[in-house]
Design a protein. Structure first.
Length: 356
């Protein structure tokens, strides 16, 4: 007989769960105790205290009323806003052409002061580069292989300013040449000529300037507030160095771009009597319009650096008050801020001003 079979015991799942619970509990205890340990102290940046923006106080002291002090009530006046500015005068660029040497060579220019027409020859340049280029052109014609190669030699001479009929004559006669005409692109007068120590010039040298001597531009930089009042067509009186009588010139352009608080205005000068040397200065005076407002005399203003003050008459003291000055004329200033019509101020405050 076989021995009786002992049945296998069922696995005890409760013991495994108990061990797992104990292990998780120990991990939680260890992690909690570690997180409570004091770590290294890290200094966090502290917010800075706000800086108090203190207003600038005038360096003028109040003064006590005196019987000798003359007071006046601020009234209203109408003053013309005049613009005065100085800038360079140059020839009208739309009527000006600068003749430049396209190659190096020996120059035979025209005379200064000569009147020329657009397309007219104003000088002749003799160059070895031109001679070599015309020899290459003749070689392309004699040994013709492609139209592109021939046109390349032609275009080189065209870019230098050689006329088409001259290029055609060189191809027909098979005779190279070294002369290159210098042509004016505009009609006018030769107003400037390069002073040469020798007849030889380099490639890119400006040789002549042809322009209309009776047409010029005046560029002035003015405050943006004044430029906002200027309109195209307004006329100003321009005094130019070397010219006895002022010239009346209209505004032709007002720039929209503002640079360092200024905008550019261009005046066009057109007069038959105008004959300008290069790089001269012009001073323009332009009436931008009339403005009404509180007005005070120059004697009532006390200057403190770039700031302006007046003394306001009070019951016990005469207090300094800062004002913003506007247009001025004949010793009077309009006040755009700080005063109102009816305020009482000291007439002659310059001698009474007491500084800290």
């Amino acid at each position: 007989m076989l021995p009786p079979v002992t049945p296998l015991k069922k696995p005890d799942h409760h013991g495994g769960l108990l061990a797992l619970s104990v292990m998780v509990t120990m991990i939680v205890v260890l992690w909690t105790s570690h997180s409570k340990r004091p770590g290294p102290t890290v200094e966090r940046p502290k917010p800075q205290a706000s800086v108090a923006m203190t207003a600038e106080h005038p360096s003028l002291q109040p003064i006590e009323p005196k019987t000798s002090v003359e007071l006046v009530v601020v009234g209203e006046r109408e003053l013309s806003h005049k613009l005065v500015a100085t800038g360079p005068v140059s020839y009208d660029e739309t009527r000006t052409s600068r003749v430049t040497a396209p190659v190096a060579g020996w120059l035979h220019p025209t005379t200064h002061g000569r009147t020329v027409r657009a397309g007219e020859t104003v000088g002749v340049l003799y160059s070895l580069e031109v001679y070599a280029a015309t020899c290459n052109l003749i070689a392309r014609v004699r040994d013709f292989r492609s139209q592109a190669a021939l046109d390349e030699e032609r275009l080189r001479l065209y870019r230098w300013g050689m006329r088409r009929e001259m290029v055609a004559a060189i191809e027909q006669t098979q005779q190279p040449q070294a002369s290159l005409p210098l042509i004016s692109r505009v009609s006018g007068t030769v107003v400037a000529e390069k002073k040469l120590a020798t007849p030889f010039v380099e490639r890119g040298d400006d040789i002549l300037t042809v322009s209309d001597p009776g047409s010029a531009w005046l560029y002035v930089d003015v405050p943006a507030d004044d430029a906002a009042l200027a309109r195209v067509g307004m006329t100003g009186q321009v005094k130019i160095e070397g010219i006895a009588h002022p010239v009346i010139a209209p505004i032709a352009f007002v720039s929209r771009r503002e640079t360092d608080g200024n905008r550019t205005i261009r005046f066009d000068l057109h007069t038959a009597k105008l004959r300008l040397p290069p790089t001269v200065q012009g001073k323009v005076e332009l009436l931008l319009g009339n403005t009404r407002g509180p007005a005070i005399a120059e004697t009532a203003i006390v200057r403190d650096g770039e700031r302006a003050f007046v003394y306001i008459a009070g019951t016990t003291l005469m207090e300094p008050r800062e004002v913003t000055l506007g247009p001025s004329r004949d010793g009077w200033y309009l006040v755009t801020r700080g005063l109102a019509v009816g305020d009482t101020i000291v007439v002659d405050a310059k001698h009474l001003a007491q500084r800290r």
